[in-house]
Structures are given as C-alpha cells and as structure tokens.
Design a protein around this ligand. Structure first.
Ligand code: SF4
Ligand code: FES
Length: 248
C-alpha cells in the first residue's frame, strides 16, 4: 500500500521542530509499524538524508521504549498493544499517518520522535524497591504465603512497562497511573511492607517535582494503557498516601 507520513522532525532538544511529509510506497500489511519506519529510514539514508530517530529495543511489547503518538493516539489505533506490536494491516492504501513523540513537559524531546523519560526512573528510584536480606540466608520467595487476590492484583500492577502512554493520553500529562501501578505492586505484598509509608510519600513527591500534572479522573490513561493497568490502582495509591500522612 502507498501511504503519506507526516512525521515530527526536530534536530535536538533546543531546536524548533516541525511536521515533515514523506511518501512511502509498497508497504506490506504484514510489516510492523517500526519495520515500516525502518524502510523509510533506509530510503532516506540511501538518498543522503537524515533518518528519522525513534526509540525501540525489544520490539515485542516488553521494554516500553517504542512510544509514539500515531494519529493522535499513544501507540496508535489498536488497543492493548505497544507501537512495536502495531501492524500495517491496521491502515489502508492512501492513508495519511501523523507520527509524533509523546507530548509532556516532564518528557522533553531529545531528537525527532525520541523523548527523555528519565523522570520515570527518578520516580522509581524514590521508592520502588524493597529491603531484602542478601547475607546468604535469603528465604525462598514462595515460602511466604500470599492471598491469591492480592497476588493477582500485584502481578497485574507489575505488568506496567513504563512506556508513558498514560501520561501522553492525559490532558494534564499526569503520571498517576504509572506511579500507582508501582506503588500497588509493593503495597499488596508482604515483602513491600517495610518501606510502605516512605514509598508512597517519596514517589508522589518526586512525581510532583518532575512536573507531571494532576489527575482529574478522566480515565484516558486506563483506556490507552497497552497493559490494561486499572485506575483502581490510583484509588489504592490515594488511600496509601492518606494513610501514610496520617501516620507521620
Ligand atoms: S501504566 Fe500503562 S501506559 Fe502507563 S507507563 Fe505503565 S504500561 Fe505504560
Ligand atoms: S520496542 Fe519494547 S515495547 Fe516496543
């Protein structure tokens, strides 16, 4: 199929960016979205033009690095998948596709479609860890019985891949879904109890410091999350936060 691509090009963080038009032809419907961009970049390179910079690593929905805004939607038109899992069969001959980086103050653009998501790393460093005895007598993880419901909810929360689609989908660029997933995965498990209060206080404070917006409960984050992280995690994080403040 033949497509018109409208891609955000920006030389570096300080430069002014703009949408640039590209025509691409003979795109196979079996190609992944990133393979289609690989073909475009091959053509650009052969012509001596600068290829389009975009982030990717695993190309199988695990690492969360391939975040693109495609026709106004984080990770494109399909639900429950990342950009690297999107296939060109979702588009038809003659379509125009607008490809932009995720937009948020806390995710500055590095180049073209690549954004800096280190704000998420700093939020994690603020509290997303547990104290484990590593002195040689470490207990087997399965030795601690865990309620099935809690284990399932913790596992679901832990499936967050840190892609940032929740932030890109939110009109306030809020990171509440991401932070709530990280807080929940520990709050529900016995192993997460030692740092429980410190964790939620420090992570929320770091989230605010990074410049993410407030949550106004629109649910856009949950709708666009490729891993189906539920906004019930946000309610849990709010309860954790209030509980922590009452104890301090
Ligand atoms: S909550 Fe969902 S959308 Fe947000 S970072 Fe995690 S996986 Fe991505
Ligand atoms: S490249 Fe890893 S999730 Fe897409």
């Amino acid at each position: 199929m033949d497509l018109k691509l409208k891609i955000w090009r920006q030389k570096n963080a300080a430069a002014k960016g703009k949408i640039v038009d590209y025509d691409i032809s003979e795109v196979s419907s079996d190609m992944s979205f990133l393979e289609m961009l690989d073909v475009l970049n091959k053509e650009l390179t052969e012509k001596g033009d600068e290829p389009v910079s975009f982030d990717h690593d695993c190309r199988e929905g695990i690492c969360g690095s391939c975040s693109l805004q495609i026709n106004g939607r984080p990770h494109g038109p399909d639900g429950g998948i990342t950009t690297c899992q999107l296939h060109m069969r979702k588009f038809k001959n003659g379509d125009s596709i607008v490809i932009e980086p995720f937009r948020a103050k806390a995710f500055p653009i590095v180049k073209d479609l690549i954004i800096d998501r280190s704000a998420f790393d700093r939020v994690q460093h603020a509290g997303a860890f547990i104290s484990v005895n590593t002195s040689g007598n470490t207990q087997d993880a399965n030795a601690t019985p865990i309620n099935k419901g809690n284990a399932d909810h913790a596992f679901d929360a832990a499936s967050c891949i840190g892609c940032g689609a929740c932030v890109a989908a939110c009109k306030n660029a809020s990171a509440m879904l991401f932070v709530a997933a990280k807080v929940s995965q520990y709050a529900l498990l016995p192993q997460g109890q030692v740092e429980r209060e410190m964790r939620v206080t420090n992570m929320v404070s770091q989230m605010d410091e990074e410049g993410f917006g407030a949550c106004t409960n629109t649910g856009a984050c949950e709708a666009e999350c490729p891993k189906g992280i539920s906004i019930t995690n946000i309610a849990r994080m709010n309860r954790e936060f209030i509980g922590s403040n009452l104890k301090s």
